[in-house]
Design a binder for this molecule. Sequence first.
Ligand code: ADP
Length: 495
Amino acid sequence: MALNVIIASPEAIPFAKTGGLADVAGALPAALKKLGCRVALFMPLYREVRDKGFKAESTGISLNIPLGRRTITAELFRGENRGIPVYFIKRDEYFDRTYLYTTPDGDYFDNLERFTFFSRALIEAAVALNLRPDVIHCNDWQTGLVPAYIKSIYAPSFHQTATLFTIHNIAYQGLFPTSFFDVTGLPSGIYNPEGIEYWGKMNLLKSGIVYSDIVTTVSEGYSREIQTPEFGCGLDGILKKRSGSLFGVLNGVDYSEWNPETDPFIAKNYSSADLGGKSACKKDILKEYSLDITPAEPLIGIISRLADQKGFDILSEAMDEIMGLPLGMVVLGTGEKKYHQLFEKLSKKYPGKLGVKVKFDNSLAHKIEAGCDIFLMPSRYEPCGLNQMYSLRYGTIPVVRKTGGLDDTIRDYAGGAGNGFKFAEYSPPALVNKVKEALGVYNERKAWEKLEKKAMQEDFSWNMSAKRYVELYNLAVKNKRKEPVPETPFKKTAN
Ligand code: ADP
């Protein structure tokens, strides 16, 4: 029997994106469909979706969503992506905004209301559309209430439905004051330390972890790390309790989006059989950033959210030494103001060698992947990381810190054995030494070309990961259906 799956995500390409989750939610549904699942994707109808010109049409269905003492109407719109129906929850007051969750000055004040509304609306929509999902696959704190709803007030209609909750980054938990608990409409029994409460606050990520049937995160390495105090961001205890139901599934790469042979954004296409076009791509990016290094000098690329997680504190300390080497660097990123300022200052200090663009620009991201020689990801922690895998396919050799998904996907060069360069200690000298080691190999042209070709032939496609999700969906359904059919709303607390 084909599994009926709903993917609930606060972002998905090609419609709206702030990070890796959008890439996953955009590509996974099609990979699941190939494996015989019936899939529907649910996300909010943001301004960005309309600005990008995507067609979404009204289904004519209006949903009345209880939100605290009020009842608020959601309109249900429908679009499509790669043959997958995409249902958009429309409520302009909540989603017709410049950003998705956070402005440069901080989070939107009403994020609890916005994403409680989204979570409840998608459940109501599933009822209205008679979708009868076997599994609802929820992603990140914005959908963390869905498993709690399915196990409580919606249990009678969804006793056949299992939930799988994926943590894309445990540092973002959706913490809100308890005084707003009523907004959720959940039974008060849920508000306890075994449930949604976290040190006197509501924690929506914790809700997803506690009430889902299966929890996953986006690499094996990260699934182990988050069970330790160092990486668990306070949730390591609760994750350890659920370790029997916690799995790591590496994100896949969508090679129809990220492939130098077909990429429409880059100056010239190329392949592992003929890398000729890569030098045209390098020239193009040097021009774009007005750098004046020679074409033979190595070019390092960074594409990143500008956040503490990504290693910019050690990088900023290492920059003087790195910029003293014969190389150039291009940076593309948005995020915290302190890093905007830091990189703008550095680019003035190293004109012609360091180019910085503070914006979100997908086509430029593709050009950087194609035009650079080395891709740098010195992350403090990294749940999965996608850019290191994109870089491999473009023959742009990753230099990464040994953590989470970076550790799972990149093997250190070690005289030719690996597919990139990996340093362990989170420190500026360890970073500089690895960059120097990479430059050493770059200068041995034959060894570098061999490394480029090898990197380009690695396969991180969705096939394997999507199969793993299907196995876990089946496991979730099996476990869930062993539970007694609920007669009344929520009684039990966490398992
Ligand atoms: P995270 O989800 O932590 O931000 P990932 O490596 O998993 O990190 O995914 C980041 C995704 O966002 C990649 O597809 C990357 O290319 C993209 N990205 C990040 N910053 C930018 C930017 N400023 N412009 C364009 N794409 C970006």
